[in-house]
Design a protein around this ligand. Structure first.
Ligand code: PGA
Length: 250
């Protein structure tokens, strides 16, 4: 893991997916050879993790969760610990997604505790940060993201960071190439060279190749377009177009 030379394409299914969705997963697994230039991760809802992980076990596809409780066990009705996720076959977990920060009141401190719990259980946390539209309009996007990084990142390494501007999630809007490059350079300066840094927010087959070519974009966190295997795989194939155009240019 943590190979920055290959793009990481991660699918966040959010609150979508039933047992019949295994057909989409199987389609992804069947196409993995064709997408070998990218690393693919899928984050289904909790209910599908064990089944998906068993299905993907013999392949390079990695299965993760969308949330975790910071404590290992105890009287926490309805919650799931990192150790339970690992036991179910998850290898990674998304923490601090803006939907959870907004809907569930997750603070930077809570996000850091979740990331630490993930590392404790051997899971790779994907730590999400991103400014609101008001913060960007006020010229405070980088400041807002730096503050989230300072509060949300655990000490040491072993994590992935996903930059997801809140106003770009599920809206069909994306920041400009320059805005993403500027933000990713600022984040890179904070996190150092080892951690992978994804862009997320309205990544689609149509824009993936352009987004994945931006400096310091090590991959994509994909919501809506990850639900159909064909779209998810098309995004993964864009990573190959990027890799071959870069090697042709060098
Ligand atoms: P989207 O979601 O691709 O549907 O914009 C991205 C995310 O929330 O991770």
């Amino acid at each position: 893991m943590n190979d920055r030379t290959r793009k990481l394409i991660a699918g966040n299914w959010k609150m979508n997916g039933f047992r019949h969705s295994i057909a989409e997963l199987d389609a992804i697994i069947r196409a993995l050879d064709d997408a070998a230039h990218a690393e693919l991760w899928v984050f289904p809802p909790f209910t599908l993790i064990a089944e998906f992980a068993a299905r993907a076990a013999a392949s390079s596809l990695l299965i993760g969760a969308q949330n975790v409780h910071a404590e290992p066990c105890g009287a926490r009705t309805g919650d799931i610990s990192a150790e339970m996720l690992a036991d179910a076959g998850a290898k990674a977990v998304i923490v601090g997604h803006s939907e959870r920060r907004a809907d569930c009141g997750e603070t930077d401190e809570a996000v850091r505790a979740k990331a630490e719990a993930a590392l404790r259980a051997g899971l790779e946390p994907v730590i999400c940060v991103g400014e609101t539209e008001a913060e960007r309009d006020a010229g405070r996007a980088i400041e807002a993201v730096r503050r989230q990084l300072a509060g949300s990142l655990p000490g040491g390494g072993g994590f992935v960071v996903a930059y997801e501007p809140v106003w770009a999630i599920g809206t069909g809007r994306t920041p400009s190439r320059d805005e993403i490059a500027e933000m990713h350079a600022a984040i890179r300066a904070e996190i150092g060279g080892a951690a992978r840094l994804l862009y997320g927010g309205s990544v689609k087959p149509q824009n993936a190749a352009d987004l994945l070519m931006i400096p310091n974009v090590d991959g994509a966190l994909v919501g809506g377009a990850s639900l159909k295997a064909a779209d998810f795989l098309a995004i993964a194939r864009s990573a190959r177009a990027d890799a071959s155009s870069r090697s042709a240019a060098s």
